[in-house]
Write a protein that binds this ligand. Sequence first.
Ligand SMILES: C[S@@+](CC[C@H](N)C(=O)[O-])C[C@H]1O[C@@H](n2cnc3c(N)ncnc32)[C@H](O)[C@@H]1O
Length: 196
Amino acid sequence: MKYKIRNFEEGYVDPSEPNNIFLLNNKENLSLDIGCGEGEFIIELGKRNPNKFYLGIDIKYGRILKGLKKLNKDNVRNVKFMNFNVSFLTNKIFFSKNINEIYINNPDPWPKDRHSKNRILTKEFLDTLFSIIKKKGEININTDSKEYLDFIKNQISNSKFKEYKENVNQNLPITKFQNYYSSINKEIHSIKIIKS
Ligand SMILES: C[S@@+](CC[C@H](N)C(=O)[O-])C[C@H]1O[C@@H](n2cnc3c(N)ncnc32)[C@H](O)[C@@H]1O
C-alpha cells in the first residue's frame, strides 16, 4: 500500500490483500461507484443509507486519497475506497454476486477516434459487470456526451444485459463533474440497466 493511503487504512480496501477481498464479498448490500473521482457522490450515498455498504473505485491515486481524507473528516464508516484500474475487474475479485447497484457517473468519453479504445463501457466490460451483479441489480450510468451515450446503448444491446431505460428520474447525489456541466448548461443523459 502506498505511504499516504496507509494513513487512512480504515477506509481503504487493498485489492492485493486476499483478506480485504474476502470481507468485501461477505457484505450483504454492496454497491460500487466506478470511476468515483474524489468520492463526494459515494460518501453522500453512504450518509443517506447507513445500512448499505459502498465501495468507490478509481484509477487515480490522488483522487482516492482525497476521498479517503473526506471520509475520515466526515466519519463515514460504510464507505470504502479502492485504487484500481477497472479494466482488470473480474468475477474473481467480486465472486459472491453480492452487488446490488453499480454507479458509473460521467466516465471519460474519449471523443477522439484514436482514443476511443480507452472507453471503459464496452460490451466485454458490461458482461463482466453482468457476472458480478445480483439478479435484479442495477447499473446507473450518466454522461454529458451524446456520442458516448449512443456508443454505450449499442454496447448494452450486444451485451448480456440487452436492455436499458433512459432518463429515469432518481434522487441521486450530484457529482463534481455534473455540478460543472450544469454550470455551463450541458445536458446530462442517463441510462439504467436492470439484470433480469
Ligand atoms: C470524468 S471523471 C468523473 C468522476 C466522478 N464520477 C464524477 O462524476 O464527478 C472520470 C473518472 O474515472 C476514472 N477512471 C478512468 N478510467 C478508469 C479505470 N480504467 N479504472 C478506474 N477509474 C477510471 C478517472 O480517474 C476519473 O476520476
